[in-house]
Design a protein around this ligand. Structure first.
Ligand code: HEM
Length: 493
């Protein structure tokens, strides 16, 4: 095919725009308090750090000037940004195969090492993703088995919360333990007791990671890895702590190999070992890819869902009227004598709308994970060379003001029809879309619904500060929006 090189993508670019990482901008903005551009002389290139805004809001300005597709520079690399629902759909769905590559940022490469599902490409990614989706389904994801497991874990969590005897606490650890135990059951075959020393160490590492992700050095690592590799700081701690997760998981895999019985696979790891043995010559199924895939599922499956739940409780603290309506719906549909189950969701349009609105409002992964084009591609007449990194932004879709009037406001009405029934929106894309759509979407949605409703069936949330002082605006880390730290008391109902 003749490529339209005349309308070259380079014409729609912002030179050395480093504004991709919202925190950098916010950090300097906080310091400067002015909408100015600051020139930083870093190594070989002069970089404009646009202080006026974060990626998503600066993208709004860039997209007004250049349209929904434009190029930015990440240090020495070029990347294409897709802004808005139509162009993201056109790329990720209509041209799904071409946009199914994963663009690898230096930090990602360091953390995920390219051989699991999240960061691999080509045949390795295809085979590992297909295997993981089928096996996770076989071991319960999307089936009754995992629903019961989540209900059971939610019950353990409720008992643990009850034991706080209404004292306020930061729910971060409790929620991480609960959510992490679900992926542990599926992948390792068992949950951990909340007091288990190894488990506690592991979760502490994940909590630490969240703090390290938030550092300016970690953000800059994606632009200048070779320099930052030599400098101490939180970015090095983050990389080292993932090595510890690696050691923890490698030990579990070794134990599985020793006790492996092909006639009775217990979990995801056993199924993978089975596959390795059946297909000895298949280079995609190795001990290394097993370790990396397990780490991917563990990391991708813990922080994401537990942070969403933590954010949910903060939003409900700010909006007691919403919590009250959920309580009423739980009482009407579920009552107090049994646990909520997935079949209840269709009878609970208000709760369903609140959960959708929470995910829309928090906009957890605003810039999405980077994609890459797997071949020379033309989109809207613009040429994108093979392997170019692409950011199909999620934020402009979740914050689209036509689809969601007043998108900056938390309003469950965004997902409700006038008659109170649930309103479905194609713009609800917190898990992205297309061939690399989140592999854990079904599991995450089940966890969020069951943990949230089970906890609210049993407790009313009580803030420790005046509700008007509760700030629900996010802290922006290198990849995600997280809630500011807070404490809450759970009052038994
Ligand atoms: C609220 C919870 C979650 C959110 C918001 C979320 C969001 C995302 C997003 C935006 C992506 C990038 C998709 C793309 O490249 O277009 C992704 C990828 C991924 N997620 Fe999730 N996720 C969540 C929970 C989970 C869970 C529970 C698991 C584990 C079972 C999981 C496993 C993965 C994996 C393996 C990928 C990589 C997929 C690939 O590259 O093919 N996620 N997720």
């Amino acid at each position: 095919m003749q490529l339209h090189r005349s309308r070259d993508w380079c014409k729609r670019e912002e030179t050395f725009c480093l504004s991709l990482w919202c925190t950098i901008c916010k950090y300097y903005l906080r310091k400067s308090k002015n909408n100015i551009q600051m020139k930083l002389q870093i190594s070989y290139s002069t970089i404009d750090i646009q202080l006026c805004c974060s990626l998503c809001s600066s993208s709004l300005q860039i997209s007004k000037k250049y349209g929904p597709i434009f190029t930015i520079h990440l240090g020495p690399k070029k990347a294409v940004v897709l802004y808005g629902y139509d162009i993201v759909k056109e790329a990720l769905i209509d041209n799904g195969e071409a946009f199914s590559g994963r663009g690898n940022l230096p930090l990602f490469e360091k953390v995920f090492k390219g051989t699991g599902i999240v960061t691999s490409n080509g045949e390795t990614w295809r085979q590992l993703r297909r295997f993981a989706l089928t096996t996770l389904r076989d071991y319960g994801m999307g089936k009754k088995g995992i629903e019961e497991r989540i209900q059971e874990e939610a019950h353990f969590l409720v008992e643990r919360i009850r034991n706080t005897h209404e004292k306020p606490f930061n729910p971060v650890t409790f929620l991480m333990h609960g959510v992490s135990n679900i992926i542990c059951s599926v992948v390792f075959g068992d949950r951990f007791e909340y007091e288990d020393k190894k488990f506690l160490d592991l979760i502490e590492m994940l909590e630490e990671n969240e703090k390290h992700q938030n550092s300016i050095q970690t953000q800059l690592y994606n632009f200048f890895p070779t320099i930052l590799d030599y400098l101490p700081g939180p970015h090095i701690k983050l990389i080292k702590s993932v090595d510890k997760v690696d050691a923890f998981i490698s030990e579990i895999i070794r134990a599985h190999q020793e006790s492996f019985d092909p006639s009775c696979p217990r979990d995801f790891i056993d199924a993978f070992i089975n596959k390795m043995q059946q297909e000895k010559g298949n280079s995609h199924f190795t001990v290394e890819s097993l370790t990396r895939t397990t780490i991917d599922l563990f990391l991708a499956g813990t922080g994401t869902t537990s942070t969403t739940l933590r954010y949910a409780f903060l939003i409900l603290l700010k909006h007691p009227e919403v919590e009250e309506k959920i309580h009423k719906e739980i009482d009407r549909v579920v009552g107090r004598d049994r646990s909520p189950c997935m079949a209840d969701r269709s009878q609970m349009p208000y709760t369903d709308a609140v959960i959708h609105e929470i995910q829309r409002f928090i906009d957890f992964i605003p810039v999405n994970l980077p994609r890459a084009v797997t071949k020379d591609t033309i989109l809207r007449g613009y040429f994108i060379p093979k392997d170019t990194m692409v950011f199909p932004l999620l934020s402009p879709i979740l914050q689209d003001h036509k689809e969601f009037p007043n998108p900056e406001k938390f309003d469950p009405g965004h997902f409700l029809n006038a008659n109170g029934t649930f309103r479905k929106s194609n713009y609800f894309l917190p898990f992205s879309t297309g061939k690399r759509i989140c592999a854990g979407e079904g599991l995450a949605r089940m966890e969020i619904f069951l943990f949230l409703t089970t906890i609210l069936q049993n407790f009313t949330l009580k803030p420790v500060v005046d509700r008007k002082d509760i700030d629900i605006s996010p802290i922006v880390t290198s990849v995600s929006n997280i809630p500011p730290p807070y404490e809450v008391s759970f009052i038994p109902r």
